[in-house]
Design a protein around this ligand. Structure first.
Ligand SMILES: NC(=O)c1ccc[n+]([C@@H]2O[C@H](COP(=O)([O-])OP(=O)(O)OC[C@H]3O[C@@H](n4cnc5c(N)ncnc54)[C@H](O)[C@@H]3O)[C@@H](O)[C@H]2O)c1
Length: 322
């Protein structure tokens, strides 16, 4: 499938990028990773230790580093991002610089030097903002409530312009709340999944803003990576946006209870901190029909299994074996 293909993964020392790198290597690809190990990011060199991936430490905004890597690539999966929702409100220019301008520069280098490259943009379902009609499809309006999501939306539209205007092979894959092995649990402004799993692993209170009944879509990282690999090899998804999501939805409270049961910690209901309510999305119920049809993909991992595999990985990492 990917045998002998040269795959460049930006942000490839991070949670999703490194898991994708392992999968691509297993499928016979030659993998190069570009990652700046951003101080507030989820990158961790241990994620690719002992693999044959070529790891280049550098910033996607540094054209002199990016250009030769793009020139040598058959495919690019663009995972690098400043991912904190609340952090983007504290540092909006940094968010725009990495998430929007960094993506634009990568695409522009590809257009100039490697226009035939396959380009997969990793986007986020949080671009939609509050969901108005459920289940939300790819056609749902986008009204993001934080700047990370707004910049990711802009990056997705920018990538699609390179398909429409320049004929490049671009696909955008929107992901929901992804959880699983290799997520760093100690970074500021974590995702809701990383927050609970980190607290659970430390045996701390899993603090849920009461009543915690809003629904979310939690997807195990291997399932997300499976969709990204399919997007790389299926020509029929060029020019498309696909929402890769689990069939099942769980409330934040249920997720916290599942983490307490599978990993550790105890659930505690608390009041909302100031400011959080304004960027809250309510129920996020997503439709995955198009991804199922176009990618021949389906989510394969239940929440219980995914958390059990995450717990096993946490124990292995503690022993220095992962
Ligand atoms: N984790 C999720 O739940 C989720 C959900 C939806 C979408 N996504 C998207 O998936 C992608 C990967 O997210 P993740 O959860 O693996 O995050 P992560 O923080 O674990 O990985 C991102 C990586 O990008 C690197 N990076 C940041 N800025 C960089 C820069 N300027 N130059 C080079 N590298 C840089 C970081 O060092 C980090 O290793 C992102 O594009 C994110 O928007 C993630």
């Amino acid at each position: 499938m990917l045998n002998g293909q040269k795959v460049l993964i930006t942000g490839g020392l991070g949670f999703i990028g490194s898991t994708l790198a392992h999968r691509c290597l297993a499928l016979g690809a030659q993998v190069t990773v570009l990652d700046s190990l951003a101080p507030r990011g989820g990158g961790d060199p241990r994620n690719l230790q002992g693999t044959s991936a070529l790891v280049v430490r550098g910033d996607i905004r540094d054209a002199s580093v990016v250009r030769p890597l793009v020139q040598a690539a058959d495919a690019i999966v663009h995972c690098a991002a400043a991912t904190s929702h609340t952090g983007s409100l504290d540092a909006p220019l940094e968010s725009a610089s990495v998430n929007l301008l960094g993506t634009l520069q990568l695409l522009e280098i590809a257009r100039a030097d490697r226009p035939s490259v396959r380009f997969v943009q990793v986007s986020t379902s949080s671009q939609l903002g509050p969901i108005e009609s459920t289940p939300a499809t790819e056609d749902h309006p986008e009204r993001p409530t934080d700047l990370y999501s707004a910049c990711k939306s802009g990056a997705e539209k920018t990538a699609l312009v390179y398909h429409v205007a320049h004929g490049m092979s671009v696909t955008s894959i929107r992901l929901p709340n992804v959880y699983g092995p290799r997520a760093r649990l100690d970074v500021p402004g974590p995702s809701v999944a990383a927050f609970f799993i980190g607290r659970g692993a430390a045996g701390l209170a899993l603090t849920v803003f009461r009543p915690g009944e809003q629904l979310r879509n939690f997807l195990f990282v291997d399932d997300a990576v499976d969709a990204l690999v399919r997007a790389l090899i299926r020509p029929e998804v060029v020019g498309r946006v696909l929402q890769v999501a689990h069939d099942e939805h769980h409330s934040v409270l249920d997720f916290a209870h599942a983490v307490a049961a599978g990993i550790g910690g105890r659930v505690e209901l608390v009041d909302w901190p100031a400011g959080h309510r304004r960027i809250e999305l309510g129920d996020v119920v997503l439709d995955n029909t198009r991804a199922r049809e176009a990618l021949g993909w389906r989510p394969a991992t239940s929440l219980g299994d995914g958390l059990a595999r995450t717990a096993a990985w946490l124990r292995a990492r503690e022993r220095g074996e992962a």
